[in-house]
Design a protein around this ligand. Structure first.
Ligand code: NI
Length: 137
């Protein structure tokens, strides 16, 4: 099995908070990410697919097609957007890096399966030092 990864980038604003909590509790749990007037992150997204190379092309998946798919299904919906307000597939979710990674997985899994390979992992960096990984369960 070969694992192929495409890196993409986007930036977005968010506020991580619960409206049913006080400002003090939001601040205590979510820290700077609870800032009432939003803030942004420069996210790096790594999408890894797995499969065996095609006998015809030598590719597990054409990386340009993978890039186009990530852009069409994910990046254009969230880049330069407010994750709390502008993104239908995040509606009613706390826009943590964890929830964003799961939502991205759900957007991509079936589309990638149409290319004779399987989505293996979503790795999402919110900052240089903080990232999450999701493997589908
Ligand atoms: Ni934040």
């Amino acid at each position: 099995m070969i694992y192929v990864t495409r890196k993409e980038h986007f930036n977005a604003a968010h506020k991580v908070y619960r409206p049913d909590w006080t400002d003090e509790k939001n601040q205590a749990v979510f820290g700077k990410c609870a800032n009432p007037n939003w803030h942004g992150h420069n996210y790096d997204l790594f999408v890894t697919v797995k499969g065996m190379p095609s006998a015809e092309t030598g590719f597990v998946m054409d990386i340009k097609q993978l890039s186009n798919l990530i852009n069409d299904e994910v990046i254009k919906h969230i880049d330069h957007k407010n994750l709390n307000l502008d993104v239908p597939f995040l509606k009613d979710k706390i826009p943590s890096t964890e929830n964003l990674a799961i939502a991205i997985w759900q957007r991509l899994f079936d589309k990638i399966a149409q290319h004779n390979c399987t989505l293996h992992a979503i790795k999402l960096y919110e900052t240089e030092r903080n990232f999450v990984e999701y493997f589908g369960n």
